[in-house]
Design a protein around this ligand. Structure first.
Ligand code: AMP
Length: 533
């Protein structure tokens, strides 16, 4: 998922060339005003300014500087996750968040072994932890040879230097180096293995610097975060902080809590995935809650049903903004608030953002196709990735002649609106996570009772995709769907668990001799909704 406010751009302060400097300046001027809220406590603007200064000095003393990479492992959406990134970026270092690879609101923490693999792959020089994650961080660091050094916010235990112990005058000018890469973002990946996406600092920096002046003139902004700050929403809250707004950080999405927060904290903007928008619409409290403070409700990440969007317009009026984007490409198109009032546009994902070039190409010949013809969506923008970590072959397949292939299929209409119609690969996007069928098939097949398994995605009437599995058991095996679900959850994650498992004596074969996936999928599409999700 990727999105950004505001859509219009403005001039950055003439002497500010580093986005963290813009944030620091705004924080300093705001004094005791609240910058962040998390777990019922507030961090004042001056307090956050001081914390960033202390962390910058602490990291500098530990050797962090241009060309280094800092791993960050904190509690979900903790203010420390931001402090660490700002400090590292001021010093010219690249950041890699290792807590989770899922960009969606349900982001289970990775096991230490996977975190260690990310640290190894990115060549991290230091891992920053908070007290709650010191032990896991230590376990991950020790899996590497030599172990990655640790540094802690606060007291994190023996042998872990405290980052914030340095005594720095609050108004000391911050360094402002610019790393080549802002972050390496890990996502669940379309090949099953988590993929590290290299995001340039220039793109991130110019996005914040060009967007915040317009937002600063748009009145008081209070932005609610319900998705991981390690992913797409990160750049949005940088814009909010640089513009003098307040960021309310929720650790995870819970519809009732979100609805209550919108009313109680007079939230003006938020960002969520399509299923979360549906969860708000389905919540009994929405009708009786005052959500009129919301001026921007950005959503996206997977297809949305036009009927549900028409329902959303009744509650959220002109706040709705749909974004189509990818982890690799950043934001691509926008269906703006006014578009939401034209029923015929609700099945589109809108038009490209100003900085994006879009091209629909024949997947075989790579030739550009005219409006109306369906092909693969290619895009180009300053925010697109510079490549995958450690996978030059995949990078070469995805980045072509300065363009990025999204793997999505669609067409442009005469008015320039993009209609998405499917994907080139059979990757499933369920609950904000990309799931490769082969990964789940392998997990199912590793259960002693399973002879064969086929997995694919099925869309329900709301356009949400669910993981379906067809399973043939070994002779005499008596395992149940529930046992297989528990098995998949333990081998992979709860997000990979099939919503529906259908048992067969034998799986049907196509003429090729392979299991007839297409037949099974069309049977599933015609039958009832998932039995669990
Ligand atoms: P991710 O890289 O996890 O953000 O997933 C990106 C993919 O999600 C895209 O390639 C699309 O298939 C899908 N996607 C994202 N936003 C939308 C949207 N607004 N409508 C339809 N599909 C979307």
């Amino acid at each position: 998922m990727a999105a950004l406010i505001p859509v219009s751009t403005g001039e950055p302060e003439r002497d500010t060339t580093h986005y963290v400097q813009a944030i620091l300046r705004s924080l300093w001027l705001r004094g005791d005003d609240t910058a962040l809220r998390w777990r019922g406590t507030s961090v004042s603007a001056r307090g956050l300014h001081r914390d960033i200064g202390l962390a910058t000095e602490g990291l500098r003393r530990l050797g962090v500087g241009p060309g280094t990479t800092v791993g960050v492992l904190t509690e979900a959406n903790s203010p420390l996750a931001l402090t660490a990134r700002y400090a590292a970026h001021l010093l010219g270092a690249t950041v890699v968040y290792v807590r989770s690879t899922n960009p969606g609101p349900q982001a289970p923490a990775l096991p230490a072994a996977d975190q260690a693999e990310i640290l190894r792959e990115t060549g991290a020089d230091l891992l920053v932890v908070d007290p709650a994650n010191a032990r896991t961080g230590q376990a991950a660091a020790n899996l590497l040879s030599p172990p990655v050094r640790l540094a802690g916010f606060g007291e994190c235990g023996a042998g872990i230097p405290t980052l914030t112990a340095a005594d720095v005058p609050a108004d000391r000018p911050a360094p402002a180096h610019e790393p080549d890469l802002a972050v390496v973002t890990y996502t669940s990946g379309s090949t099953g293995r988590p993929k590290g996406i290299r995001q340039s600092f220039t793109g991130w920096n110019s996005t914040v610097l060009s967007a915040y002046p317009a937002l600063r003139n748009a009145g008081k902004v209070t932005f609610l975060v319900v998705t991981p700050v390690s992913h797409a929403v990160g750049v949005i809250l940088d814009i909010v902080l640089a513009a003098g707004g307040t960021v309310v950080l929720h650790e995870r999405f819970e519809p009732g809590q979100t609805i209550r927060a919108i009313e109680a904290e007079r939230i003006t903007g938020t960002y969520m995935a399509v299923p979360q928008l549906y969860a708000l619409l389905d919540h009994h409290a929405l009708a009786d809650t005052d959500v009129s403070s919301l001026r921007q409700l950005m959503y996206g990440g997977c297809p949305a049903s036009p009927e549900r969007l028409a329902q959303a317009v009744r509650f959220f009026g002109d706040a709705l903004m749909q974004n189509y984007g990818t982890s690799e490409g950043g934001r691509i198109t926008l269906l703006g608030p006014r578009d939401h009032h034209s029923p015929e546009l609700l099945s589109t994902v809108g038009r490209p953002f100003p900085e994006v070039d879009l091209s629909v190409r024949d997947p075989e010949t790579e030739q550009e196709l005219p409006p109306g013809r369906t092909g693969e969506v290619w895009m180009k923008s300053p925010n697109m990735m510079s490549g995958y970590v450690g996978d030059p072959a995949l990078t070469a397949r995805t980045l072509r002649h300065g363009w990025l292939r999204t793997g999505d299929l669609g067409h442009l209409d005469a008015k320039g609106y993009l209609h998405l119609t499917g994907r080139l690969s059979d990757v499933i996007k369920s609950r904000a996570t990309k799931i490769h069928p082969a990964t789940v098939e392998k997990a199912l097949a590793s259960h002693e009772g399973v002879a064969n398994a086929v997995v694919y995605g099925v869309r329900d009437s709301d356009e949400l995709e669910h993981v379906h599995a067809d399973v043939a058991l070994r002779p005499g095996a008596g395992c149940t769907a529930e046992q297989l679900r528990r098995h998949v959850a333990s081998v992979l994650t709860p997000l990979h668990v099939p919503a529906r498992i259908t048992f067969h004596a034998e799986l049907p074969l196509a003429v090729s001799g392979k299991v007839d996936r297409r037949q099974l999928r069309s049977l599933a599409e015609r039958s009832a909704a998932p039995d669990a999700d």
